[in-house]
Design a protein around this ligand. Structure first.
Ligand code: OGA
Ligand code: MN
Length: 212
């Protein structure tokens, strides 16, 4: 049965975002789905479909390893994998939960697999582009089995009160935060680090841009 937007787990995430701007769920994805998505990520790596991630958008896209060392593969919407379909259905229920409870007007979702080789990191950044503020909520799902603190690779969030909070990329866990408000970074790890990262977006400011 598909999950409904009023499911208590989804409501907890919505409430966390409304209260403090971020949420961490250590148990989010079912184990079999985490494993199947990890396999999808590995399959892309084996087929050479993971590419160095770029910084910025459009003409200004550059690849700077000093800033971001992960390899990514965007989901294009034409995947035939049942695991990806389950993942997208879950994210859509969460999108509706945000819209129903917080009237956020989230219209779509974009997402990519990311693989960080050992030693790779992503320097402190915000998930919003200067020329495009449609990204509202960032969501990171981790796909790593048996992650231990000594493996490193934490997501470090820089909270508004000046404190930092580190989250381990443990398989099946979810971190979610307001894209424009929360600077964050990925610390280097001693082993390969996989995630499925996405963003709920609202409509652009210019309501005629898709019509004219
Ligand atoms: C990103 C990002 C965090 C993570 O892809 O923008 O910040 O923990 N990822 O993988
Ligand atoms: Mn980010």
């Amino acid at each position: 049965m598909p999950i409904r937007p009023d499911h208590p787990l989804l409501q907890r995430i919505v409430d966390d975002l409304a209260d403090v701007g971020w949420s961490h769920q250590t148990v989010f994805l079912p184990d079999d789905l985490t494993r199947a998505l990890a396999q999808e990520c590995h399959k892309r790596a084996q087929h050479g479909l993971l590419a160095p991630a770029a910084i910025g958008r459009g003409d200004s896209q550059v690849i700077r390893e000093g800033v971001r060392g992960d390899q990514i593969a965007w989901l294009e919407g034409d995947e035939s994998s049942p695991a990806i379909a389950r993942y997208l259905a879950l994210m859509d229920a969460l999108r509706l939960a945000f819209n129903q409870s917080l009237f956020m007007g989230l219209e779509d979702y974009e997402s990519h697999f990311a693989m960080y080789p050992p030693g790779a990191f992503y320097a402190t950044h915000l998930d919003r582009f200067k020329d495009d503020d449609r990204r509202m909520v960032s969501l990171v799902l981790y796909l790593n089995e048996a992650w231990l603190p000594e493996h490193g690779g934490a997501l470090r969030m820089h909270l508004p009160d000046g404190q930092t909070r580190d989250v381990l990329p443990a398989g099946g866990s979810l971190v979610c935060f307001m894209s424009g408000d929360l600077p964050h970074e990925v610390l280097p790890a001693t082993r390969e680090r996989m995630s499925l990262t996405g963003w709920f977006r609202r409509r652009g400011e210019n309501v005629l841009e898709n019509v004219l």
